[in-house]
Write a protein that binds this ligand. Structure first.
Ligand code: FE2
Length: 139
């Protein structure tokens, strides 16, 4: 929904839309491979991407508040999706999107932590022998 909202805001031309589709195609395939082989890293990566999105949207809000960026009426698609007031502005949309991104950040870091925890509990200790008994010095 974020992409659809900002397409409604920015109204990219055909070339820009092509670039978005190309970037999505590259990212989807690269991320698919990453997730297959390293799901914990994939979730951590998305967690960091989402954190950067929160930082960027915060900077965007500051720019609007400073008067350096436009604050047009919110697009209809955003008003319907987030249940915003009919007179909502772009700033209201960015606040809603930033909240989503913060949730995505937390969820992805939580998944990465859970996968790391599961990995720690299922891995044999380096001190364990192959049959599961503790090795090392004999008492
Ligand atoms: Fe997100």
């Amino acid at each position: 929904m974020h992409l659809m909202t900002f397409i409604a805001v920015a109204q990219p031309n055909v070339f820009e839309r092509g670039l978005v589709i190309l970037a999505q195609g590259v990212f989807f395939n690269a991320f698919f491979v990453l997730y297959l082989f390293a799901p914990r890293t994939a979730h951590r990566l998305v967690g960091y991407f989402e954190e950067e999105a929160v930082v960027s949207y915060t900077a965007y809000l500051a720019e609007i508040d400073r008067g350096g960026a436009a604050n047009p009426p919110a697009p209809e698609i955003a008003i319907r999706y987030w249940g915003l007031p009919v007179n909502a502005r772009l700033r209201d949309v960015i606040v809603a999107v930033r909240a989503d991104e913060a949730g995505h950040r937390d969820a992805n870091h939580k998944f990465a932590d859970a996968l790391a925890s599961a990995r720690r509990t299922t891995r044999p200790s380096p001190a364990a022998t192959t049959d599961g008994r503790l090795g090392g010095a004999q008492a």
